[in-house]
Design a protein around this ligand. Structure first.
Ligand code: NAD
Ligand code: DAU
Length: 337
């Protein structure tokens, strides 16, 4: 199996590449990644030299490049993770989210159709469902109701992928997962940002009242779900992934502080995110029953391990939080308190 994996230098992509090379000894994985601010070749450095892995720097919006790559590498299937992935950036500057997430996905779908792939795994998100109130859960039939330019762009690409299945018979499977945590996550997202700030005794910027709820899943459990959906998913079907670990943002931030032995006085309430979704919660019954998938990590233990990973890999995130990151941080948090 020759797989084209887009976005492999990012957080989930790099964890997935590592899992695939470990668990599927007859697979070859070709990573296509533009190396935007969020892509980091260092995340895959240990795989260099493996004959079953190749890295190509390039943009998924470039149809010629993608088609040529698929032909040259004899690509059988696509795992599509490349995206602009941060909600706050989509509020500051939405255009690139349309370019990459919508247009880029359509380019890939078109090439996949031309080449005749056996599987197109489209990695969507639970954010396409919008926000829940105090009760209820997202199932695969919950109507899409995205709130941010990010989630609207993901909903567009999700529907495009399903349309290619229905119209052209492309063997598409779509996955919608809840919030991931674990190693190699870019420190603009809640958990790594709070760890990096706490380790430097900087304020931890909690949006609004801190009572928004996310349903956390370890990245390795998500990666195993993606593999299960890729191998055992039915064409044209959607699968939700989540680990039933709902926590308020404030609970998360306080747990991070406890793990690091830092005081709660570091918590700083700041102006809320625009259009901030209140609560996400996933019903993953379909993935459990149809794919035989189940999460393996317990949130409290795995959060502790994750905090330790960032403590032990300080040079990794310190290199990232310079340059472009500093300009983003100032724009996002400078005038917010
Ligand atoms: P990330 O931002 O860490 O990584 C995205 C990767 O895509 C980066 O390596 C980046 O360089 C690459 N990329 C961006 N634009 C590109 C382009 N035009 N061409 C080629 N490569 C490009 O994101 P992530 O958190 O790893 O998310 C991966 C996927 O999973 C995304 O599609 C995201 O919507 C989805 N998802 C994420 C989560 C989560 O909690 N992080 C949950 C559910 C779904
Ligand atoms: O649910 C899946 C989605 O999870 C993915 O599709 C996205 O790619 C991923 O970024 C994530 O989106 P969120 O917006 O939920 O994640 P983020 O880490 O940005 O924020 C999590 C919660 O924490 C959210 O309620 C906003 C809050 N927050 C975030 C940051 C960065 C803060 O209170 N302060 C912060 O500084």
């Amino acid at each position: 199996m020759n797989v084209l994996l887009t976005g492999g230098a990012g957080f989930i992509g790099s964890n997935l590449v590592r899992l695939l090379l470990l668990e599927r000894s007859d697979w070859r994985v070709v990573v296509l990644d533009k190396l935007t601010y969020a892509g980091n070749a260092e995340n895959l450095a240990d795989l260099e030299g493996s004959p079953r892995y190749r890295f190509v720097r390039g943009d998924i919006c470039n149809g010629e490049l993608v088609a040529e790559l698929c032909r040259r590498e004899g690509i059988d299937a696509v795992m599509h993770l490349a995206a602009e992935s941060h909600v706050d950036r989509s509020i500051l500057a939405p255009s690139v989210f349309i370019d990459t997430n919508v247009r880029g996905t359509q380019v890939l779908l078109e090439v996949a159709r031309e080449v005749g792939v056996k599987r197109f795994l489209h990695v969507s998100t639970d954010e396409v469902y919008g926000s829940l109130g105090a009760t209820g859960v997202f199932t695969e039939t919950t109507p899409l109701d995205p709130s941010s330019p990010y989630s609207a762009s993901k909903a567009s690409s999700d529907l495009l992928a399903l349309a290619y299945a229905r119209t052209f018979g492309l063997p598409v499977v779509v996955t919608r997962c809840s919030n991931n945590y674990g190693p190699y996550q870019f420190p603009e997202k809640l958990i790594p940002l709070m760890i990096a700030n706490a380790l430097r005794d900087r304020p931890l910027p909690v949006y609004g009242d801190g009572l928004n709820v996310r349903d956390w899943i370890h990245v390795e459990d998500h990666a195993r779900g993606l593999l299960a959906a890729f191998e055992r998913g039915e064409d044209g079907q959607v699968y939700n992934f989540g680990a039933s670990s709902e926590r308020t943002n404030l609970e998360i931030v306080k747990q991070v502080l406890r793990h690091l032995g830092k005081p709660e006085s570091l918590v700083a309430y700041v102006k809320d995110r625009l259009g901030h979704d209140r609560r996400y919660a996933i019903d993953a019954t379909k993935a459990r029953t149809k794919l035989g998938w189940a999460p393996r990590h317990r949130f409290e233990d795995a959060l502790g391990e994750t905090v330790r990973w960032y403590v032990e890999h300080r040079p990794w995130w310190e290199r990232i939080i310079s340059g472009e990151y500093l300009r983003y941080y100032e724009r996002q948090y400078g005038a917010r308190s």
